[in-house]
Design a protein around this ligand. Structure first.
Ligand code: ZN
Length: 330
């Protein structure tokens, strides 16, 4: 026998899909809204994301029903994430780059925090984690990206004769050794002091675009109500946990990251590299010293799905490309 709770949950989920025009939050590749004509979901997303002062996609809204108070449940998700990470939040860490990204993508407000090391919190996710409005980014991965950006800038100016994998591996050996877990570290493999001012400016720009790949993905979760979607999905399929987004929701966030990176005027190659660095830091931390960036960029790694929550890196990059394309065709 079907309980009344199940029926109402089903109605809520159906309402979400109906509201979404076949659910762009739900399946990541949903049909475009009627106003988008035949342009495709990425063009529809790009049109919505070109709005100035981005906050939340106005297509959705939480509701209060006799069975669930969605606004309250979303607030509790934010509080849970903040409580689980607050001890590691480093005030103002990478703030100037985050402020610049908010300006470039024209985001109204973003409650974004940097943790010294997400692995040392109750939300041990690689990259970052988003609740309803709160975003926490893994500072350990950002420390690696800053070191890598310094190495790449010296490499571009011809002062460093290392391959890109060698730059990443050297930075990781410094930033992600066991002794540096749970703490922040400025670039060590390629210290700021070794860079010319021109190289430093180039490094800051590359770092900002790396950070954009991560931040815009997490912002995609908050903008497109993915916590609300998970809340309604969990009413259907209990036990998912609020931050274990399904691959479909992750795909949608990747598409949004592509659109916003294009809106910010970023280089698709750097944005895609940020996804490789994000995956690399996840695996490197589990076997420091015995994992190389060459492993991440290998054909096998790019095309295998290593987590049920995420598509393969190759698929995620094609979603970024689709986001860039959607922005150009909006
Ligand atoms: Zn995500």
């Amino acid at each position: 026998m079907i309980s009344s709770r199940f029926v109402l949950s089903a109605l809520l989920v159906i309402a979400l899909f109906t509201q979404a025009g076949c659910g762009d939050a739900g399946d990541g590749n949903g049909s475009p809204s009627p106003s988008a004509g035949s342009a495709g979901v990425e063009v529809d997303l790009a049109r919505r994301l070109q709005t100035q002062g981005l906050e939340k996609n106005p297509q959705y809204w939480p509701v209060v029903t006799p069975l669930i108070n969605e606004p309250l449940a979303l607030l509790q998700m934010d509080q849970q994430l903040l409580q689980g990470t607050s001890a590691t939040i480093v005030a103002r860490r990478y703030e100037s780059s985050l402020v610049e990204l908010v300006r470039r993508a024209n985001i109204a407000r973003a409650f974004v925090y940097v943790s010294s090391d997400l692995a040392c919190t109750s939300s041990p996710f690689g990259g970052g984690v988003a609740a309803d409005t709160v975003i926490v980014i893994d500072g350990k991965m950002l420390d690696l990206m800053a070191d890598v950006a310094n190495g790449l800038a010296m490499r571009e100016s011809g002062r460093l004769s290392l391959t890109i994998p060698q730059v990443v591996d050297l930075a990781a050996a410094q930033q992600m050794s066991f002794s540096r877990f749970c703490t922040t570290t400025n670039p060590l493999a390629f210290p700021d002091a070794r860079l010319s001012s021109q190289e430093f400016n180039r490094s800051v720009e590359m770092f900002t675009q790396f950070l954009g790949g991560v931040f815009f993905h997490e912002f995609g979760h908050t903008w497109n109500w993915h916590s609300l979607f998970k809340l309604r999905e969990n009413a259907f399929v209990p036990g998912g946990g609020f931050s274990s987004y399904t691959s479909a929701v992750e795909d949608n966030a990747d598409l949004i990251a592509g659109v916003l990176s294009a809106k910010a005027g970023h280089d698709p190659a750097l944005v895609k590299m940020s996804f490789d660095l994000m995956a690399f830091s996840y695996f490197y931390r589990r076997s420091p010293g015995s994992y190389s960036f060459n492993n991440t960029t290998s054909w096998q790694s790019q095309y295998s799905q290593t987590s049920p929550n995420y598509s393969s890196l190759a698929a995620r990059k094609s979603l970024l490309d689709a986001g860039f394309s959607g922005w150009q065709r909006r």
